[in-house]
Design a protein around this ligand. Structure first.
Ligand SMILES: C[S@@+](CC[C@H](N)C(=O)[O-])C[C@H]1O[C@@H](n2cnc3c(N)ncnc32)[C@H](O)[C@@H]1O
Length: 237
């Protein structure tokens, strides 16, 4: 059990589609493809894939997609979205820490703040699993919150998609505790995430084993700065 597990199993599926509706997965996928050399029909790992918004966008473009998530509710939605789009997405219900892929993908993505759920050691092991999953020459794309932006700008209380989140940031651990409420005050659940600064994530990737690692401030190619809300790494194996 990790600290936000209950939130992801019980609360997140009740809000995920509202929460993520402000984001444009098609635009993100277009930018990723423009910045990676994915061969036609290449294999893509989307972990965690949630309700499949990026998986389906990749599959629509002819890529062979595997989506991993531990929530059957989200995977059911991913399968329904794939079938509505007339595309195939392979879904695997699994804790992403247990992924055992080896050299099977040309592209692996971890999108929308899907790192930092575990201890630092377990997050590092998760990054190892993405490296192992890639074929030589493959690309890993990670998109998460920029810890430095959070520290400088995020207030104790944020409202996202009609959900009020009370944040308590611990500067000793860079972990943030969130208490999530609906606007009517009803409690949704509680989270606890590690936020990473760019240099920390880069070091955790073990840059010596990648041919190159580039940083961006978003999945639109914005330059990365202290004030970027997002932190995107593109690593080439
Ligand atoms: C913030 S959502 C992002 C999902 C997707 N990347 C997207 O952008 O739509 C995080 C997802 O992680 C999944 N998740 C959380 N912990 C997990 C774990 N240990 N193993 C697999 N999936 C997990 C949740 O079920 C949820 O679907």
């Amino acid at each position: 059990m990790f600290l936000s597990e209950r939130f992801f199993r019980e609360a997140w599926p009740t809000i995920s589609q509202d929460f993520e509706s402000s984001d444009d997965p098609e635009a993100a996928v277009r930018w990723i493809l423009a910045n990676t050399k994915l061969p036609d029909g290449g294999r893509v790992l989307d972990a965690p894939c949630g309700f499949g918004r990026h998986s389906v966008a990749f599959a629509r473009r002819g890529y062979r997609v595997t989506g991993v998530d531990f929530s059957e509710t989200e995977l059911d939605r991913a399968r329904a979205a794939a079938s509505a789009a007339g595309v195939a997405v392979t879904t695997i219900c699994q804790d992403m820490r247990d992924m055992e892929f080896a050299g099977e993908f040309e592209l692996a993505v971890n999108l929308f703040s899907s790192i930092g759920y575990f201890s630092d050691d377990e997050d590092r092991l998760l990054l190892d699993r993405f490296w192992r999953a890639l074929a030589p020459g493959g690309t890993f794309v990670l998109d998460t919150r920029n810890r430095d932006h959070f520290v400088r700008h995020v207030t104790r209380e944020e409202v996202v998609a009609g959900i009020r989140i009370e944040n308590t940031f611990d500067p000793e651990t860079s972990r943030v505790r969130g208490v999530w409420h609906r606007v009517d005050g009803a409690l949704i659940g509680e989270t606890e995430f590690r936020l990473y600064a760019a240099h920390e994530l880069r070091a955790m990737l073990r840059p010596e084993r990648w041919r190159r690692v580039d940083l961006y401030g978003g999945l639109d190619g914005a330059p990365f700065t202290l004030d970027s809300p997002r932190l995107v790494l593109i690593a080439n194996k």
